[in-house]
Design a binder for this molecule. Structure first.
Ligand code: NDP
Length: 262
């Protein structure tokens, strides 16, 4: 079977200004797709656009929009439809991590995680589904995490948000199947993005008594079969696969070097 040609397909990638989202957008542009990335900071989005612009035959637009704000997401989707004529793929990638044990976690920290990682996914799906239906079907890809399926100390809120995204993915797959909209989740493992280096490194270094510069390598050597971390490009490859997979819905595709097997 010939792989589906993605040229000209339209994708919205939330949180596309760096890390995993930027790599997904870059791979999609390389495939000839018409891509829009969102984020809260215009300067970060423009820097990402500068890096991605020559990745391939596709196109890239940037839209400042906060996934926590329903109105922002509505404006972002309207902008995509105006620029590209419709929407085929939604990638819910924007996410934040605050790692504090529940007893010490402030209400505003709890809300920041749930509002971004879960309500943000609802906002984008709620507003994108009518556009996907207008095209006769499409793809929703939710970036969850290994933390959505496993316990991590100090990560109860983050784990809860990512487990909820998996549950939401499975229910939406059933809801939207009759409309030919496939809904899948990707669970990335351990990546040296800003989320890991700026937020988790200091915590893990203290927990394991290792220097911050060594903690990532030590951590992935212990935690993965392949003995290495994952890259944003690994996750992008999985996302592009899910845009081509015509008979796959309701799955969580773990890309974690064997960090988890069931
Ligand atoms: P980064 O922190 O590197 O990037 C996060 C992106 O999301 C940025 O573009 C950021 O832009 C954007 N963002 C954050 N909050 C919002 C918001 N409210 N509205 C719109 N955009 C927002 O993270 P990663 O690339 O590492 O993570 C991407 C996804 O992958 C997240 O969902 C994360 O939970 C998940 N993940 C990451 C893992 C890792 O090891 N790094 C492992 C497993 C899952 P800006 O701040 O400018 O708004």
């Amino acid at each position: 079977m010939t792989p589906q040609n993605l040229t000209g397909k339209v994708a919205l990638v939330t949180g596309g200004s760096r890390g995993i989202g930027m790599a997904i957008a870059e791979s999609m542009v390389a495939e000839g797709m018409m891509v829009a990335i969102t984020g809260r900071e215009e300067a970060h989005l423009l820097a990402a656009k500068h890096r991605i612009k020559d990745a391939g035959p596709g196109r890239l637009e940037t839209i400042v929009a906060d996934v926590r704000q329903h109105d922002d997401v509505e404006r972002a989707i309207d902008t995509v439809v105006l620029a590209y004529g419709g929407l085929d793929v939604l990638v819910n990638n924007a996410g934040v991590g605050i790692f504090t044990q529940v007893a010490d976690m402030r209400p505003d920290q709890w809300s920041a995680i749930l509002d971004t990682n879960l309500t943000g996914v609802y906002n984008c799906c709620h507003l994108a589904i009518p556009q996907l239906r207008k095209r006769g079907g499409g793809y929703i890809i939710n970036i969850s995490s290994l933390a959505g399926k496993n316990a991590f100390i100090g990560a109860a809120a983050y784990c809860a948000s990512k487990a909820a995204v998996i549950a939401m993915t499975q229910s939406m797959a059933e809801e939207l199947g009759p409309m030919q909209i496939a809904v899948n989740a990707i669970c990335p493992g351990y990546l040296k993005t800003a989320m890991f280096t700026q937020v988790l490194n200091p915590i893990l270094a203290t927990l394991y008594g290792v220097h911050e510069d060594e903690v990532f390598e030590r951590f992935v050597q212990h935690r993965t079969f392949l003995g290495r971390g994952q890259t944003p490009e690994d996750i992008a490859e999985a996302a592009v696969y899910l845009c081509r997979a015509e008979n796959v819905t309701g799955i969580t595709l773990t890309v974690a070097g064997g960090a988890e097997v069931h």
